[in-house]
Design a protein around this ligand. Sequence first.
Ligand SMILES: [Zn+2]
Length: 811
Amino acid sequence: MTRRRKVLAVIVILSIGATLCTAQEQKPELTRDYNVKPVPFNNVRVEDRFWTPRLETSRKVTIPYCFEKCEETDRISNFEKAAGLLEGKHEGIYFNDSDVYKVMEGAAYSLQVQPDTMMRLYLDKVIKVMAGAQWEDGYLFTFYSIPQRQPEKLWTNVQSIHEQYCVGHMYEAAVAHYQVTGEKLFLDVATKNADLICDVFGPGRRTDPPGHQEIEIGLCKLYRATGDGKYLDQAKFFLDQRGRKGNRGPNGDGGLYGTYSQDHVPVTEQTKAVGHSVRAAYLYTGMADVAALTGNMEYVRAIDAIWKDVVDTKLYITGGIGAAGGHEGFGGHYELPNMRAYCETCASIANIFWNHRMFLMHGDGRYIDVLERVLYNAALAGISMEGDRFFYPNPLESAGQHARSAWFGCACCPSNVARFIPSVPGYTYAHKDGDVYVNLFISGTGQIETTDNRVTLTQKTGYPWQDGIHIAVEPEKEQQFTLFVRIPGWARNEPVPSDLYRFKILQRPNSEEPTLKVNGKTAKIDLRNGFAAIDRTWKQGDTVDLRLPMPVRRIIAHQNIVDDRGKVALQVGPVVFCLEAADNDGKVLNLVIADDAVLRSRFRRDLLNGVMTITGQAGLTKRTIDGDIVSAGEKPFTAIPYYAWAHRGRGQMTVWPAREREAARPEPADTLTYRSRTTASFVHASLDAIKDQVVPKNSADSSALQLDFWPHKDTTEWLLFEWDDEHEISSVKVYWFDDTGRGACRLPESWKVLYRDAASSFKPVRANTSYGLKKDTFNKVNFDPVTTNAIKIEITLQQEWSAGVQEVVIE
Ligand SMILES: [Zn+2]
């Protein structure tokens, strides 16, 4: 906590006293909602070896840390300025308000589980500032409020400025705060703002849809909290404007935003997941909410088709979505690159929101299968175990160029993690018409208020590392109902609910089949929609024991996923593994895990806060001087859970090691270049890439990485190659990197080669040919032979552009 926050918090304590009360929220009667009702996370007490530390870290580290970052980056002072408490202009990106709201939402959830006076008071203070920043008519968006209010700017660019996106997050935060504290100030700010939105946008008024979805979800939450149907109507209105030609914007007829914002056709006609993946998954989540609240089956048909499109062709084995970095969005069918995977952390979280709604709508376990896959893999990888470092993209392969960051200019991901982790317990249980669902396996207690009973379920489990789950069932009154206990797809030979991935071994021994006991007696699993349905008269003292055997499972991807061909992924329970440099002598991309290699899993308490590991023997591959790929012996390997990677420095990592030699990235041949100690004036991407002996398809090809000097421009950079002994050298070849059309690297202005002479100073070589500057090929310079222990390449960048190098060969 910063000093300023402490001071303010103390003042508030003195003035109002530190009483905490959790008022009972008054629930309006809704005519309809989801068929299946979630059990809110505040009715789920977690006492779990895996999740309790995560929840504690979120409360003690992530949320205060994100507030501190919001202060440091002026996200909060923007509100203070808008409220007239400070002077100054707006700092940061125009949609930065949203991050503050998201962390507040997380803080509210966290308060529900664990009262925390300082956090409560801090929220009170920020809410008062926000109320002060709100205009008389309800408008609240700091970007147009400082240094002075600019009423002429409002709603002039709803495609890109994200006023509605920001307040959508405010509605979510305000509802969470109201539900936790019973205090209405924040909710009043939200409804006053929503009333304004309803006045500005609607039939016969403004009809252009928001450029970034989110407000639809927020409006549904406002509707649920207040019972005011106009918020639901407004959410539906925004959904229905999407993809309609002739929408009326500020300048008359608006064009469509296109696929990027899922605005290419009306939402009810959409069948494929396209465009920016966070926008998309928020849209599908909003459609599910509005469908549940209105009974609109057209929305359901559309999101059913889109869900199938994602699960059939666009889902990473980690559960991540949004493969392509260029538009932060979905790629084409089966376009799932590993090193270039975008897989934004926000998209993983949004994918969980969406799949949870799909489950609540259909009551089918396959949606929880996807949710669980995202949860334990892609989503959890987005935050460090210490709680204060974050990934924005989540690649499935690294050459060492990736590391979590302390924060981002666009901080959507850290603030999303801050609100997501405290809500995880809310995905554990659900109920419908007196029946009860166990979706996730987390030790602790769930209090489930069914239609006419209260059922307490207490789980004891070592999940995701141990195969046993013990559930004590305690209905308040003895009653007949069905307890649906999820049998995860991975335990039924179905890694995902499609043919996108399959387990290598389908015929498993009986000992690896799930088993069920009720009150200690073996019971047949009556599988219904992915759940073991246990239908009986339940009474106090009843127990269920589920065993989900967790052998090491090998996963093979659909052959259309080019990047995964000849490769294998490893999974134990719901957890997807990766091989990382730190456990494997620095190199993993050259390894081959043959189909007959014996794999063993073992829990390591000493490693990464306690993780399961997979060990075995892997083959080594190496390139010969002639360019052939050959076996070069074998060595033991260790795999760790994917979520736990990138905690021990940068290095190689892969979720998809090779199972065939051709799919490995071989150790380079022992050329003079490869044997050198190589350094550079500056490294962006990968230094190793310039001597990995992978010749790119063209200068733009970044599939095997390059070294570039971005964001340097107009500088002279250098590459240095050194040896312990002297060598006679007479040529240098350079293959330039150039990402015209997507980046800022172009051919350099010029370059030259120097060598270290006997007096240890660098002298230019006497070149016999010109220093080439051609794309898509090697540029070779021949020179009078020199005998030296070091070669330096000096590269002068163009004034306006950066530059990069794909490959260097020194002979
Ligand atoms: Zn994000």
